[in-house]
Design a protein around this ligand. Structure first.
Ligand code: ACM
Length: 264
């Protein structure tokens, strides 16, 4: 199957233009699954919760979800991307998944990074795996990478691929994802952004690009630049995520010693 990502540089707060740019880029591309960055329509650094609330959208009836559904139909692909989601009075840092037949599912970021805790509520959606036909796909968002239970849970639930929308600011993430792939025998596609934001004086955030696709073997199939917008599609063999044998004597999941992992 083919998997692709978009590495963008959104203009803060300009949902319509940021969305139009990604829609335009993907209209020319072909893959089974595309991953877009975290908060790809809004930008990242909200000054306060009210500002995020103004840019929040409902799922699945909001503009971004509906626009991505139309695109998914046109290009016959599944698409995962991150937005600010409003659900009742709560706002979440969410990822949504849509396909040619419509809305598939959503995930609300569980592990909020730093000042995100003043903006968003921690997610309540389960770590779910969606069967898109050519692969079983789970979602996690950016800083979730730092909690290995996230990827492990998705892998144990059957994910072949983790779609990982991100706005990376911590330099170890791209290499850490190699470990997550090795631990779980899965593919991880991280879609990051580039550029910087300093909407709060003195709190400059530089986003580090390096969107990538990593294989169960730990091989980095492709890693993007640190500072350029980019779209990339790579081919992968999903069978390599379904065979968890490392050699005739080791199996990544069967060899787990759950009896030793219990805390009491
Ligand atoms: C992050 O979780 N966006 C750093």
């Amino acid at each position: 199957m083919k998997i692709g990502f978009v590495q963008n540089n959104p203009l803060f707060g300009d949902i319509e233009n940021n969305l139009a740019q990604v829609l335009g880029v993907l209209a020319e591309e072909s893959a089974d699954l595309f991953v877009l960055p975290e908060l790809f329509t809004t930008g990242y650094q909200f000054i306060n919760r009210e500002e995020a609330l103004e840019l929040a959208e409902t799922v699945p009836d909001g503009l971004t979800t509906q626009s991505l559904i139309s695109l998914a139909k046109n290009i016959n692909a599944v698409i995962v991307g991150g937005i600010v989601e409003r659900e009742g009075d709560a706002i979440y840092n969410s990822a949504l998944m849509v396909g040619p037949y419509g809305f598939i599912g959503k995930y609300q970021k569980a592990h909020l990074f730093d000042t995100e805790k003043q903006i968003f509520q921690p997610g309540t959606t389960p770590l779910a795996v969606f069967d898109i036909g050519c692969a079983r796909v789970g979602m996690m968002i950016c800083f979730d990478w730092r909690f290995p239970e996230t990827a492990r849970t998705l892998a144990l639930k059957g994910a072949d691929i983790i779609a990982h929308p991100a706005n990376l600011v911590l330099k170890h993430c791209p290499d850490a994802m190699i470990t997550r792939c090795l631990e779980n025998g899965i593919f991880i596609a991280t879609a990051d952004r580039v550029g910087q934001e300093e909407r709060i004086p003195g709190q400059r955030l530089k986003f580090m690009g390096q969107s990538q696709v990593v294989a169960p073997s730990g091989e980095v199939l492709y890693r993007a630049s640190l500072d350029q917008e980019e779209v990339k599609v790579v081919e992968l063999d999903i069978a390599s995520a379904r065979d968890k044998r490392l050699n005739p004597n080791n199996h990544l999941f069967a060899d787990r010693r759950e009896d030793l992992y219990r805390l009491n």
